[in-house]
Design a protein around this ligand. Structure first.
Ligand code: FEO
Length: 399
């Protein structure tokens, strides 16, 4: 495996081929925890890996230099997938100095009681650290992805260690964007963005603005492949994602008990199907929350449907709306639909939740009792056609 970003800077992380869950995010292509080793007059490690894989990290470092020669560990982010093995690395190399910002130090101390005795160098945006031939500069990037997060830039080689930013949960034996199918890397970057940082779009815009003054030859995130040949593609994708830019795309997301709500959703998709519009039906119980969030990121109009269960919405629709409410997709339109029997509640419950999520509400809930009649299905087709028209109009306003 080619681990060299350039002469003296190598990837020393861990490829997690089999992980399928990242705090409920379904990582269908696995993950990597990227750690990077810079060998210079002073040697620096950029981040570590998840705690169970500390031995792999230590072995990878030892392949380049004795652990007692490690001078610094730059901690860009305190989350456990990157900082979880810090205490084991410090134990193996007690001479190291940890380099991080003040908020990061506080979090690391909370997770590691023994950290009081560690060597620390606290930095802030604009600070520099000379390693000899190379200089590191630091850029605090709060909420990308935690309040303490920062990025580290190698001035001489123009490499940006971007932490979670531009990352992908994508296990691969190759380390670079030009060694894999870039469309897969971009798709995984979109899934990552939608599920991890969609709600921090404004903060990421600030990060992009701050980083725009940097010449960048390589973006080395903490997950997935390193961007070196397709930097333009990932940057332009981020510029759209940070504002949740909508495509002419219509989603019908539903859960159903005995297929009445499904039939309504199918009729909506039927009505929304036209040239120039992407229409997609998602059964939330089959597709899951990760796919739902990813698809909502660039959709214009979304109808959410649920049968009625215990006078409310179905549980997985509740989970989907709770998840999306937290991720705060911006600038979307939609409405609720669904079926009921003797007691109402499912579509109304969905409608009430959507109204708390800043969706532009396109209509009152579209409902069917027991089975949708031909008239109700015709109303669903008309609603689908309206969704397609609305999506095209929204995209026209954006551009
Ligand atoms: Fe990859 Fe926010 O941790």
């Amino acid at each position: 495996m080619n681990t060299a970003l350039c002469d003296g800077i190598d990837w020393v992380g861990y490829i997690d081929w089999t992980v399928r869950d990242f705090h409920s995010y379904v990582t269908s292509r696995g993950a990597t925890y990227n750690s990077y080793l810079i060998r210079d007059e002073k040697n620096a490690l950029i981040d570590t890996v998840k705690r169970p894989y500390a031995d792999y990290l230590l072995r990878n470092i030892a392949g380049f230099l004795p652990l007692e020669k490690l001078d610094y560990i730059v901690v860009n982010h305190a989350e456990i997938d990157h900082a979880g093995s810090l205490s084991l690395v410090v134990k193996a190399a007690p001479q190291v100095t940890l380099v991080c910002d003040a908020k990061c130090q506080n979090i690391l101390k909370a997770y590691n009681p023994e950290a009081e005795g560690w060597n620390w160098q606290i930095v802030k945006s604009g600070d520099t650290l000379s390693l000899g031939k190379r200089t590191l500069t630091f850029l605090e990037t709060p909420m990308v992805h935690w309040p303490e997060s920062m990025m580290t830039y190698v001035v001489e080689e123009k490499i940006l260690f971007s932490m979670d930013g531009f990352g992908q949960h994508y296990a691969s034996s190759n380390r670079f964007d030009d060694e894999v199918d870039v469309s897969v890397a971009l798709a995984e970057a979109k899934t990552y963005y939608a599920n991890i940082v969609m709600l921090y779009g404004k903060q990421i815009q600030k990060t992009l603005a701050a980083a725009s003054g940097l010449e960048i030859n390589m973006i080395a995130p903490a997950h997935g492949v390193i961007w070196r040949s397709h930097i333009d593609k990932i940057l332009s994708a981020y510029k759209e994602w940070v504002v949740c830019k909508s495509k002419p795309k219509v989603l019908v997301i539903y859960d159903t008990m005995w297929d009445s709500t499904k039939k309504m959703g199918e009729a909506m998709i039927d009505g929304a199907t036209r040239k120039g519009v992407e229409a997609k039906l998602i059964w939330v119980r089959a597709s899951g929350l990760t796919e739902v969030a990813t698809d909502v990121l660039d959709a214009a109009v979304v109808a959410f449907g649920s049968s009625t269960l215990n006078q409310g919405m179905m549980p997985m629709m509740g989970a989907a709306l709770t998840y999306l409410k937290g991720l705060k997709p911006m600038g979307k339109a939609g409405f609720a639909f669904g079926s009921y029997g003797w007691g109402k509640g499912g579509p109304e419950d969905v409608d009430a939740q959507l109204r708390t999520m800043n969706f532009e509400m396109l209509r009152e809930p579209l409902k069917a009792q027991w089975r949708p009649t031909p008239e109700v299905l015709e109303e669903c087709r008309a609603a689908g056609a309206m969704m397609a028209e609305k999506a095209l109009a929204m995209v026209a306003v954006q551009s």
